[in-house]
Ligand binder design. Structure first.
Ligand code: S3P
Length: 258
């Protein structure tokens, strides 16, 4: 056998080892997730990830390829998260709630913890229209914006296992709620008007609140919307005083019961 053939054969052996190790790893991930769910243990343990990175770095003997190796591990971990989320959520997570109730924050947290894709409806609409939400309201009017929301929600029904962060007004249309429920669990995030005010105070892309940043206005609009929000929701989560991870765990704990 010439040298090149010999080296290639060894490389093939390496790949087989990696393949077997990955197959075993992803099976372990499924077993760990199943065990945690059975025993009601927290699924979200962000500190574990950092611990693992440190351990891997300390185990590395050949430091010429540290960055490449860690890059591969990041990808392995990302895919482990995907496997975990597919195991827990075989539907879309649709987050609804008043402006400032935490939909975008929780979407980002879910995407970090589970590597789930996030559809931030306002962002997608603004990108497609090439203007901010405030500009869309100003140039085309609210009805035009609401129609774009309905269209986008319809489109999203082709996706699975994604987090859809709805604009605050989306559940006001019954047809939107029908769309959400087709393959999604609808989670309503709530917060006290005072908390909402604090969260939206420095934002200037919410045309409905721009000149109405006070508790009275927020309470009144919330009250007007409450029955539609609650009717749309499969799960209601109150967010005041809770961390992102606590809210993610609550979402997961409801998923367990399905
Ligand atoms: C709206 C909420 C906003 C945005 C638009 C209208 C509403 O989204 O869609 O300003 O009617 O409640 P957020 O809830 O993400 O702020």
């Amino acid at each position: 056998m010439n040298k090149l053939d010999y080296l290639r054969e060894n490389l093939e052996m390496c790949d087989e080892i990696i393949l077997d190790a990955l197959t075993m790893r992803y099976r372990m991930i499924e077993d760990i997730t199943a065990y945690k769910r059975k025993k009601d243990l927290p699924i979200v343990q962000p500190e574990e990830e950092e611990k693992k990175r440190r351990l891997l770095l300390s185990r590395m003997t050949d430091h010429r390829h540290t960055d490449n190796v860690m890059d591969v591990f990041d990808s392995i971990i990302l895919n482990s998260k995907k496997i975990q989320s597919q195991q827990i959520f075989d539907y879309n997570i649709v987050l609804i709630g008043f402006m400032g109730s935490g939909k975008s924050t929780i979407s980002r947290a879910l995407s970090k913890v589970f590597a789930m894709d996030v559809i931030e409806m306002d962002q997608v609409i603004a990108d497609r229209e090439g203007m901010s939400i405030s500009e869309i309201f100003e140039v085309h009017g609210e009805e035009y914006f609401r129609n774009l929301e309905t269209e986008l929600l319809r489109e999203m029904q082709n996706r699975k296992g994604v987090v859809i962060s709805c604009g605050g007004g989306v559940p006001m249309r019954d047809e939107n709620v029908v769309e959400m429920k087709k393959n999604g669990k609808v989670i309503l995030l709530t917060a006290a008007p005072e908390t909402i005010l604090e969260r939206v105070r420095n934002n200037h892309d919410r045309p409905l609140l721009e000149n109405n940043k006070n508790v009275d206005f927020i309470s009144e609009l919330m009250e007007k919307r409450r029955s539609k929000y609650e009717a749309a929701a499969d799960i209601i989560i109150q967010t005041d005083g809770k961390s992102e991870f606590e809210i993610c765990e609550e979402i997961i704990s409801h998923a367990k019961k399905q």
